[in-house]
Design a protein around this ligand. Structure first.
Ligand code: SF4
Length: 749
């Protein structure tokens, strides 16, 4: 897993960076004697990132050494905190949750799961165990301020909640990007480290990049063509593209006809969205839309990709759907150079077609009427679940690695609601804007102290790879990994111990992987497989099972040259499993076993899009969008000095024409108001913005009393964009928050 350097007191640990979706390979240089990580650099032998890293990777050292990072459980004592031992912490947390459940029922407990969980193998495995133990319908996560519309449209079209076609950026000839800034993010729902290099190679092979975005982003600056678009109108633009593709007979549906339902319906729906009709609302000239459609269709291969701006808006699910419709009707879905499904090392390898995935949507609703999706309610409804009164209100919250008070819409309302809870358990290593309201905080180990395997982002990667990350440094003996905390809480909620919970987890996974005809390993008994996996508890044993029973696995057969955790550990830079390959129809788990090109839920929502054409012609007034920055991802990164230092990045970008009309000056300050709140931010006047659109980054707004984030609070507190975002401004199909296109008024402060 590691190699010794020249100095005997140092070693280099090869692993993946867990700070964002790109999963870059990193080499962590460690002082063995001091048990300290000294530096981070790119792993040149990593099969996906080939040595690339962004500045955030160096933040891993800052995070490891951060004196603000909690190392022991904290229990509230009035307005102060005291450190307690783990036994007292678990007993207090579990009994508090149990008391609320006994008094008010299971749905009086809410759970919120933050984005960092997806970067922690142990969390990904054991969270579902804990959530099952909580047995509440009041589950929330960061998904509904992020990618939920894409997951829902993928499930409707292809069957699974992670059925998301990934642009084959390394082989495509034409990349159309909407509402995404992959040069800064290195891909999102598209794990693609060094996106700048990948786009350079696209240009070198004669390919074209077209970006459609209300801001001339870092990605747009590299594009052959950039088109400003009015926020929230991407679905109209995409329908117009589809209109032109059909009208000018530019579609390529030969293969599709045997694979899909709904082609004629999509054609019929697109008829009323001619580019000449949508142009006034999207802000894109009809001639430009027509030429993009023609260029897309003329390219040997092409991929359409939409991301955060296409999801976090009023028409998030419609837009996410239409992105894949464009790929499908041009023959680019499931084709090299188009958009394909990865085949990961932990995918199911059971023989025969995979079982149908029943759609998990709208089986229950929030008090405000928003639908559940994949077992979760939209987080935009969380405050209402707490503060709207009634016997069925939420009384207690368990938040795991999240800061919803800062990162979800209408922060001020949610802060008041969370403060009013009867009981709040936080699993987090920071005392942040949300956990300051907790009764107890259970801090897990830091990323460099735990092992990792990327169970999610390999499902979204532009190349099939597998890499195991060992811990780089030892954690303190009494510290707990997040999976241990989750397991312990799950056990105590059930009146069992954590070992029993872990046993149940491995037993259940064994049942689906070995010993029966319909499993990937029919010739191996559960007992033999369990013996082969060893006795060590925790996520690695489950990972080993998933790898061995996966499509590249050894299936517990020594004669078979397949993957296992041991083999992965022997390849410390990771294993290359090859480029993306076509996988349809095998990948389809819809009831029809076909691509549903016109799902009824979305066809029904087209009426709402039509009314957008009628309601808001012309200039709709100022609207607010977010923006991604290379030195931050989640809010806690603002507490890392190396990333937070330098110029103030939390600025309001305003187009020069708007600045003139509003009497705003570059370097001055502006007061921004929305329906729900107001804030004051420094102004940067820039023609990178579309007129009528202003932008603030997300994750800022530190310096609140009671928070222990000394760097973030003092060096770069910024302002919280979610004081302006509105919990009622959302995509009603998925309930995803509308963070992009929020109506605002701006004046000099
Ligand atoms: S892009 Fe940066 S933060 Fe993301 S995985 Fe790579 S090095 Fe880490």
């Amino acid at each position: 897993m590691s190699t010794a350097t020249e100095a005997a007191t140092e070693r280099v640990v090869h692993r993946s960076c867990p700070l964002c979706e790109a999963t870059c390979g990193i080499d962590v240089r460690v002082d063995i004697t001091a048990n300290r990580a000294l530096s981070v650099r790119g792993d040149e032998k990593d099969p996906l990132s080939a040595g690339y890293i962004c500045p955030k990777a160096h933040g891993l050292i800052g995070l490891q050494d951060d004196p603000d990072r909690l190392r022991r459980p904290l229990r509230r004592d009035g307005s102060t905190w005291r450190e307690i031992d783990w036994e007292e912490a678990f007993a207090f947390a579990a009994s508090g949750l149990r008391e609320i459940r006994e008094a008010h029922g299971a749905n009086a407990l809410a759970a919120y799961v933050g984005n960092p969980n997806v970067h922690d193998m142990g969390s990904m495995i054991y969270l579902r165990v804990l959530l099952r133990a909580l047995d509440t319908k009041k589950r929330f996560s960061a998904s509904s301020v992020d990618q939920l519309p894409k997951q829902l449209s993928g499930a409707l079209m292809f069957g699974g909640s992670l059925s998301i076609p990934i642009p084959d950026v390394d082989h495509t000839d034409f990349l159309l990007v909407l509402g995404a800034n992959p040069v800064v993010s290195n891909g999102s729902l598209m794990t693609a480290p060094d996106m700048r290099g990948r786009l350079r190679r696209l240009a070198e092979r004669g390919g074209k990049l077209v970006v459609v975005d209300p801001r001339r982003s870092e990605t747009a600056r590299l594009a052959d063509r950039h088109l400003f678009i009015q926020p929230g109108t991407d679905a109209l633009f995409l329908f117009s593209l589809i209109h032109v593709l059909f009208e000018e007979e530019l579609t390529d549906t030969e293969r599709l006809e045997t694979l899909c339902n709904g082609l004629d319906e999509v054609h019929a729906l697109s008829r009323e969205f001619a580019p000449e009709i949508t142009a006034d609302v999207t802000g894109i000239d009809a001639a430009d839309t027509r030429s993009v459609a023609r260029d897309f269709a003329a390219a040997r291969t092409a991929a359409c990709y939409g991301r955060i701006g296409t999801c976090t808006q009023e028409f998030g699910t419609l837009t996410s759907w239409l992105v894949d419709v464009v790929n499908a009707i041009t023959g680019n879905l499931d084709r090299e150079g188009g958009a394909l499904f990865p085949l990961t090392a932990t995918s199911s390898a059971a023989p025969g077609p995979p079982p149908v995935t029943p759609l998990a949507h709208a089986r229950w609703r929030s008090k405000s009427g928003l639908p559940e999706t994949f077992g979760e309610l939209p987080v935009a409804s969380l405050a209402g679940e707490i503060d709207s009164g009634g016997d069925d209100r939420v009384h207690a919250l368990l938040a795991v690695a999240g800061n919803p008070v800062l990162s979800t819409p209408n922060s001020a309302r949610l802060a008041k609601a969370v403060e009013s809870l009867d009981f709040f358990v936080a699993v987090d290593f920071y005392l942040n804007e949300s956990t300051r309201f907790a009764d107890i905080i259970l801090p897990p180990t830091a990323p460099l102290e735990r092992s990792h395997y990327d169970l999610v982002f390999n499902e979204l990667a532009v190349r099939n790879v597998a890499k195991y990350s060992p811990p780089a440094v030892q954690h303190e003996p009494e510290a707990r990994h997040q999976w241990q905390i989750l397991c312990e809480l799950a056990g105590r909620l059930h009146g069992a111990n954590a070992d029993v919970v872990d046993e149940l987890a491995i037993d259940s996974l064994l049942g689906s992987c070995v010993g029966r005809e319909e499993t990937a390993c029919p010739n191996v008994s559960k007992e033999d497989a369990r013996t082969a996996l060893g006795e060590e508890r925790g996520p690695e044993r489950l990972l080993d099972l998933m790898l061995r029973a996966g499509p590249y696995g050894d299936r517990f057969d020594d004669a078979r040259d397949g993957l296992s955790l041991a083999k992965l550990k022997a390849s410390p830079h990771g294993v290359d499993l090859g480029p993306l390959r076509p996988q349809l129809p095998d990948r389809l788990t819809t009831e029809s076993r076909r691509i549903e090109l016109a799902p009824q839920l979305l066809v029904d929502d087209v009426e709402r899009l039509r009314s957008r054409l009628e309601e808001r012609p012309g200039h709709p007034g100022l609207v607010l969008i977010g923006r991604r920055q290379v030195r931050t991802n989640n809010s806690w990164m603002h507490n890392i000095h190396a990333l937070a230092k330098g110029r103030d990045r939390c600025t309001l970008l305003v187009h020069p024409d708007d600045a003139r009309a509003l009497r705003l000056e570059d370097g001055g300050r502006a007061c921004v108001r929305s329906r729900v709140g107001k804030l004051v931010a420094p102004v940067v006047v820039s023609d990178e913005m579309m007129p009528g659109v202003v932008s603030l980054p997300h994750g800022f707004g530190h310096g609140t009393p009671g928070v222990r984030l000394s760097v973030a609070s003092n060096l770069a507190p910024g302002v919280n964009i979610n004081l302006l975002t509105d919990e009622t401004f959302l995509d009603p199909v998925s309930g995803n928050a509308g963070l992009s296109g929020v109506p605002v008024e701006v004046e000099p402060a």
